[in-house]
Design a protein around this ligand. Structure first.
Ligand code: FAQ
Length: 312
């Protein structure tokens, strides 16, 4: 049985009117958004680490500058998202502490290592590509601050995706046989983990039904995964590469690509903290916070001095 408040809230959602921070909202709606937006913010921040691994080894100055700009964009996305989360009453430091204590999640994809320069191309093309497919509909999510943050984020991700694809195109079109093999190896390692970014299949997605009713999510996990595969396979073919999936095949009757079974045991294992880089990622984040403590202390001391001066 819905209360009058709940009914008015759902009517607003159904009429496609955004929910704003000061509007009444059910507790569950607030909690779900804090969970999703904080996980999204943590993903952007942890997502800087695999790429950061190649900043000092980018092959040219141009590539180094592009990669640095992309990583800075990701830091910015983390900041918009933490700010959107704060409009719901959540505390940024508390949520970051939960990340560092291993109590909350961030995207599984960032627990895989970047072993070659081609991985930087693959991350831009496939990881940012998957992020765009997921985030374009989030521009229409029902919570105003989250939806507005997604508009700028999507524009920046489009640039990221193109710079990634261009890295791979250059390697495939002008590269040596060894460089071409490096691209294929990178795609082989990232293909399945990227498909896992969309989350568990609909039957095993406990949050989907309610999040769709609240229009936080506009499409199911499986729908977005299929959309991503359909738009990515032609790009894969244009590159001259293949996917490590013998069942990947155009299905004329469905009007979609069929694809093989995802290894969900690997996905849930990474979520439990057992991926190749989970421990390293959290350790690196903690170290960054500890190393920055003196900056925060200095900023606070400076602010206190300014206040004292103004009061005098
Ligand atoms: N990894 O019931 P559902 C980026 C969790 S892009 C880890 O289906 P929901 C850009 C899920 O949280 C990546 N955990 O959940 C970039 C839930 O756990 P909980 C970030 C996952 O929320 C590119 C449980 O499994 N993007 O950073 C994953 O309805 C390059 C059950 O799942 C976003 O976060 C996963 N892959 O749907 C940066 C997008 N999938 O909390 C740097 C916003 C699921 O109950 C470099 N988020 N889980 O304990 C979303 O759209 C949704 O949260 C989904 C999951 C679709 C990810």
């Amino acid at each position: 049985e819905m209360s009058a408040e709940e009914r008015a809230f759902q009517e607003r959602i159904d009429a496609e009117i955004k929910i704003e921070p000061k509007n009444w909202m059910p507790d569950g709606y607030r909690k779900t958004l804090i969970r999703q937006i904080s996980q999204h913010a943590h993903s952007e921040v942890v997502g800087m680490l695999p790429e950061g691994n190649w900043l000092t080894r980018a092959p040219t100055l141009k590539r180094k500058l592009q990669l640095m700009a992309k990583i800075q964009d990701e830091a910015g996305h983390g900041l918009y998202l933490y700010s959107a989360m704060e409009t719901l009453g959540a505390d940024r430091d508390e949520e970051i502490d939960k990340l560092h204590d291993g109590k909350v999640k961030y995207s599984s994809i960032f627990n895989y290592p970047t072993l070659s320069w081609a991985d930087i191309g693959t991350i831009g093309w496939l990881v940012d590509g998957a992020a765009i497919v997921n985030q374009v509909p989030l521009q229409r999510t029902s919570y105003g601050p989250y939806s507005r943050a997604m508009i700028r984020v999507c524009k920046e991700e489009s640039f990221h995706q193109r710079q990634g694809y261009q890295i791979l195109l250059d390697l495939m079109q002008g590269g040596t046989d060894e460089q071409k093999a490096m691209v294929q190896d990178s795609i082989n390692r990232f293909w399945w983990p990227v498909l896992m970014m969309f989350g568990p299949s609909d039957a095993d997605s406990p949050n989907s039904a309610q999040s769709m009713a609240w229009k936080i999510k506009r499409h199911s996990n499986d729908e977005l995964r299929q959309r991503f595969i359909d738009q990515t396979v032609p790009q894969l073919e244009f590159l001259g590469c293949t996917a490590p999936d013998p069942d990947l095949k155009w299905n004329e009757a469905r009007g979609h690509y069929d694809f093989g079974e995802i290894d969900w045991s690997e996905f849930f294992d990474v979520l439990k903290g057992n991926g190749p880089c989970n421990r390293e990622r959290i350790e690196t984040r903690k170290q960054a916070i500890d190393d920055g403590a003196w900056v925060r202390e200095a900023a606070k001391a400076y602010a206190a001095k300014q206040r004292a001066r103004q009061a005098a």
